[in-house]
Write a protein that binds this ligand. Structure first.
Ligand code: ADP
Ligand code: MG
Length: 319
């Protein structure tokens, strides 16, 4: 099977590649064409997943398809953008029809869930690597950036943390757990749920936002740095799941929630006056701390004592 047959069979034929709102021209020409309503801006983000670095190789291609798009779509959620479309640059060592079929099915599944249309990409031979670029639209001036946190704002997260980090030894086959514990943790790892609706609900309300991919403490450091404020996190208010606590024990579960990666849950700062409405509307908003004058991210225990750990999260190229 050649490059063009592959694109036609597995990607151009996928339900998510059949166009939709905002897609003027999809797969098949030199560029795709998107239209953005006047008064809105285009939000764009790229994520690369390298075999052996970002996912175990071999792994289940259906799950990889889901996960590769979910991690990219999570950046749209973090900006408060409405999903439009995505491209897929696929580097493959060999063409295996079964693998491609399953990958495309997983991708399509997440695309339908996130309301994203596949509009193009590139297909090359080499070590397995996936680059996905997502496009969204957001009313001009209302994108949720990282730089607006104000002293006095609440620091919030959109859900339980640490599940995906907790799942990693299960993913890597280093240990096992009974299904009642393993299944919810593995679901978080393989099928993150980008918080797209929450991101859109936070437009005009949150003062800063991002999606947690490298661990809560590390990612909150980005908000603190660009907003030129300090963030004070209350350890006991960081939400973790029952499955994670049972699997790892309370102390390690907390560690996973603070420093483990791959959550793809939103973290955001919010003037306290905005909280009651969001909670009344049923959005998952967990207050975990506050924005303060100063710099950096501090962690405190229930008595207010500083318990900030030294190591914050994962960084490529760090010695
Ligand atoms: P070009 O040589 O002009 O860059 P290609 O031959 O690489 O174009 O691709 C042909 C068409 O197929 C383009 O519209 C491109 O966006 C699309 N395409 C290529 N690879 C993929 C893929 N993996 N998934 C979706 N669309 C793809
Ligand atoms: Mg090309």
């Amino acid at each position: 099977m050649g490059e063009f047959e592959l694109i036609r069979n597995f990607f151009a034929a996928a339900p998510c590649a059949q166009g939709g709102e905002g897609v003027v021209l999809g797969i098949g020409d030199d560029c795709a064409l998107l239209s953005v309503p006047s008064g809105e801006q285009l939000a764009i983000s790229t994520d690369t997943l390298v075999a052996g670095v970002h996912f175990a190789d071999p792994c289940d291609p259906f799950l990889l398809g889901q996960r590769s798009l979910a991690v990219a779509a999570s950046d749209l959620a973090a900006m408060g953008a409405t999903p439009l479309a995505f491209t897929l640059a696929l580097t493959l060592p060999t063409v295996e029809a079964d693998w491609l079929q399953a990958y495309a099915r997983g991708l399509n599944h997440m695309a339908q869930r996130c309301d994203l249309r596949l509009i193009g990409g590139d297909t090359t031979r080499g070590p397995l690597c996936l680059t996905l670029t997502v496009f969204g639209r957001v009313p001009a001036g209302l994108a949720l950036t990282r730089n607006g946190a104000q002293p006095g704002d609440l620091l919030c997260v959109g859900g339980e943390l640490g599940n995906a980090a907790g799942a990693l030894p299960l993913v890597l086959g280093q240990c096992s757990a009974e299904p009642a514990i393993a299944e919810p943790l593995l679901a978080h790892y393989w099928s993150p749920q980008p918080q797209l609706a929450l991101g859109q609900a936070l437009r005009g309300k949150a003062t800063a936002a991002l999606d947690i991919s490298d661990g809560l403490l590390a990612d909150c450091g980005h908000i603190a740095a660009v907003s030129r404020v300090g963030l004070r996190i209350e350890n006991h208010r960081v939400p973790t799941s029952a499955a994670l606590q049972t699997f790892l024990g309370a102390a390690q579960a907390q560690q996973a929630a603070l420093s483990g990666g791959d959550d793809y849950v939103l973290a955001f700062t919010l003037p306290a006056a905005e909280l009651p409405t969001l909670q009344a509307e049923g959005w998952p908003v967990h207050v975990i701390g506050r924005v303060v004058e100063g710099q950096g991210v501090g962690l405190v225990d229930e008595q207010g004592r500083d318990i900030t750990p030294a190591i914050r999260g994962y960084q490529h190229f760090r010695a």
